[in-house]
Ligand binder design. Structure first.
Ligand code: CA
Length: 322
């Protein structure tokens, strides 16, 4: 078509005026058509591209929504916050009197009270159960008690289990005799992580400000938590006591909870380990246990142990960044 038009135009002296007019008309129409195509082509490409991106975006969003819904099941969303973490030393005398404690050093690790900011995150409603941990070791066999490398536990890992079976009837009980490494591995396998101390303390407060326990300032009793005065001398099934204001169970008592953080004086510095299996330093614990005194159940109380330690009164729960 292009070749014919050029040829006609170049030979215009030899054609009649009428034919010349037709040729010019055709030429004009072709120029207009080419301009229109040239103008509309990028628009068409843009429309197709936009539609493709929209379809891809919707599919990816739907997949993400499914993933988030699945991985945050049985978790509570804790909002972003800036709060006063820990205890002021001027409160030590009052605390000593209230809890019948003779040594101020018991509270020393909680001081100074300091302001921390946390980002929004999700936290498991309950401590991780035996039933959940069994599913984990069935998929990740390297964490079974017969296979776990010696450096990741103290010789008592899953001591109360028989092979891959937890004690009969204890499906909903918190898993214990787990090391910090195994707790980490479990959370990572769920797309989660261990909570930080700052996150855990804020979540334990359940929306209350400056209160001693997840429920307020009233002293613990056997209707509120599993601790030494409950007289059970063993863990209970998770969520056997009332939840705090955020819907979290057993933030006071039942079993101590392993946290991500290295044991440090306040204010602690962020110290995310690039490889958790290389960690050698002590790690923070929170919340007290079935054997703990009321003072241990306070939201600000701190304790710690070695990362390989697997004992009968320590378990964990997982968190997840938003
Ligand atoms: Ca607990």
């Amino acid at each position: 078509m292009m070749t014919a038009t050029v040829r006609t135009a170049s030979g215009s002296d030899r054609v009649s005026p009428r034919r010349r007019g037709n040729c010019e008309l055709r030429k004009n129409l072709e120029v207009r058509y080419r301009r229109r195509v040239t103008r509309s082509l990028p628009l068409a490409v843009l429309t197709v591209t936009t539609r493709s991106f929209l379809v891809i975006f919707l599919v990816v969003s739907a997949l993400n929504a499914q993933t988030n819904t699945a991985s945050t099941a049985n978790m509570v969303r804790i909002p972003a916050a800036t709060y006063e973490m820990g205890t002021d030393p001027t409160d030590f005398p009052t605390l000593m009197e209230k809890f019948g404690v003779k040594r101020a050093e018991l509270f020393a690790e909680e001081a100074p009270k300091h302001r921390v900011t946390i980002r929004p995150f999700y936290l498991d409603r309950t401590e991780v159960t035996n039933g959940q941990f069994k599913l984990f070791i069935e998929r990740h066999t390297e964490w079974q008690k017969e296979k776990i490398p010696a450096e990741y536990h103290n010789g008592k890992y899953l001591q109360n289990w028989s092979g891959t079976d937890f004690p009969i009837g204890k499906d909903k009980y918190p898993v214990v005799f787990v090391s910090w490494y195994a707790a980490n591995a479990f959370c990572r396998a769920q797309g989660k992580r261990l909570p930080t101390e700052a996150e855990w303390e804020y979540a334990a407060r359940g929306g209350l400000k400056g209160k001693a326990f997840p429920w307020g300032d009233e002293m613990p009793d056997k209707t509120r938590a599993n601790f030494n005065a409950s007289g059970l001398k063993a863990p209970t099934a998770v969520a056997s006591y009332p939840a705090n204001g955020y819907g979290l169970f057993d933030m006071a008592g039942n079993v101590w909870e392993i946290l991500a953080d290295e044991w440090q004086k306040y204010p602690a510095k962020a110290n995310a380990a690039s490889d958790y299996l290389q960690v050698k330093t002590r790690r923070a614990l929170r919340g007290g246990s079935y054997g703990g005194s009321p003072v241990n159940l306070r939201v600000a109380y701190r304790d710690s142990h070695s990362p390989e330690n697997a004992v009968e009164h320590v378990g964990f729960r997982c968190s997840k960044s938003r």
